[in-house]
Design a protein around this ligand. Structure first.
Ligand code: OGA
Ligand code: NI
Length: 376
């Protein structure tokens, strides 16, 4: 391994390391300490595939009479309460739309490093490519490309961060595939939002207003290259999703673990063809005043196979104040959270991540009433 930079001809490669995919760095270097998880966070060699994960058939939503919608909402409610996530099948997103997006994703990550680096995200414009993500200060074994569905015009976030897309040049069909995918999955996300509202005894469209104008939703294309040390590194460290809900496509390789609520064990979510995994995020936890809880999850990598996934992070407008909904709080069940600004929260997360600040990152527990004061 020469010390020469792979992207240009300079002697010092360190300034480019951030834009270089984990697999490329790791293929030729000894295990970089930045990737090494603390022993308690490492994956055990065998993780049980979970039994009993709720798999929900959404086809009643498309039936003409709509009579089963309340039954479906109750199912979604139970899964959100007991697991914090579930799998949906017959969800209405056409198979070919998913296939085109997955194909475009592979084509993007097959581009030479310099072409991926040409659409790298920056501090001011946080959409685009990067290979340097850290979760809780340990580097993730992955590279990713973020984009916002273009029908929306998210307002600049506090801290003046903008969510503009960077499209790769000369990658025919990429943008179209992503736009088509974003539109179809957004439709599904609104349906899920309606089922969640119904399951909480709310008006079906009670939560829609938070997403109508200027939602900050984005789509992430994840690529997890094969990893020589899957026992030390993780594709993505343990975390909870901060938004309302996540609609996740995963390919057939497998590696997503969720922490099972009933016993706190990590269990593997087996890939099911033509399904999506739905994660309840922190915002729904707060809106529901802890009736539903966001679920902790992580990604384990493997030696032989690369893995691809596409989370769609359904996020409200940046000016949304997140707080328990008035319909779910009462004298017996008072609000457990103080209101917080979604835009501030989102920017703080993004900034902390971008700069790799060595601080405990902002979490909803900091807004829990009577929580110890968070020192930043
Ligand atoms: C995420 C996530 C899971 C996966 O990006 O937040 O949890 O399977 N991804 O890639
Ligand atoms: Ni996640």
């Amino acid at each position: 391994m020469s010390d020469k930079c792979g992207n240009c001809d300079c002697a010092d490669k360190s300034h480019h390391l951030e834009e270089v995919a984990a697999g490329e760095v790791m293929g030729s270097l000894p295990m970089d300490q930045a990737f090494v998880q603390a022993p308690e966070h490492r994956a055990k060699p065998s993780v049980a595939e979970a039994d009993g994960i709720p798999v929900i058939d959404l086809s009643p939503l498309f039936a003409a009479d709509g009579v089963d919608v309340d039954v479906l909402a109750a199912e979604v409610g139970r899964a959100s309460r007991d697991w914090g996530f579930f799998v949906v099948v017959r969800h209405g997103v056409p198979e070919e739309v998913v296939a085109r997006a997955a194909e475009a994703q592979r084509a993007f990550f097959a581009l030479p490093p310099a072409r991926r680096a040409a659409v790298a995200r920056s501090e001011a414009v946080q959409m685009g490519y990067y290979a340097s993500d850290h979760t809780q200060n340990v580097r993730d074994w992955k590279e990713a490309f973020d984009l916002v569905p273009t029908r929306h015009s998210p307002l600049p976030l506090p801290s003046a961060m903008v969510l503009d897309n960077k499209w790769p040049d000369d990658l025919p069909g990429f943008r179209e595939a992503m736009e088509e995918y974003g539109e179809a999955v957004e439709e599904l996300a609104f349906k899920l939002l309606e089922l969640i509202a119904r399951s909480l005894g709310l008006r079906p469209d009670r939560l829609h207003g938070f997403f109508e104008d200027h939602q900050t939703t984005f789509i992430r294309l994840n690529h997890y290259p094969p990893c020589p040390s899957p026992d030390h590194a993780l594709g993505l460290g343990h975390h909870k999703d901060a938004g309302a809900l996540t609609v996740l496509y995963q390919d057939d390789v497998g590696g997503l673990d969720v922490r099972r609520r009933c016993d706190g064990e990590w269990v593997r979510v087996r890939p099911i063809p033509q399904s999506f995994i739905i994660n309840i995020g922190d915002i729904i936890q707060v809106w529901s005043n802890d009736r539903y809880e966001s679920v902790e999850h992580r990604v384990v990598v493997n030696v032989e196979k690369e893995r691809f996934s596409i989370p769609f992070f359904f996020y409200p407008a940046s000016y949304t104040m997140v707080e328990p909904l008035e319909e779910v709080v009462s004298e017996e069940s008072p609000a457990r959270y103080n209101p917080y600004s979604w835009g501030e929260f989102f920017s703080a997360r993004k900034n902390g991540n971008f700069k790799k600040l060595d601080v405990d990152y902002v979490q909803i527990t900091h807004f829990r009433k009577n929580a110890p004061v968070h020192v930043q």
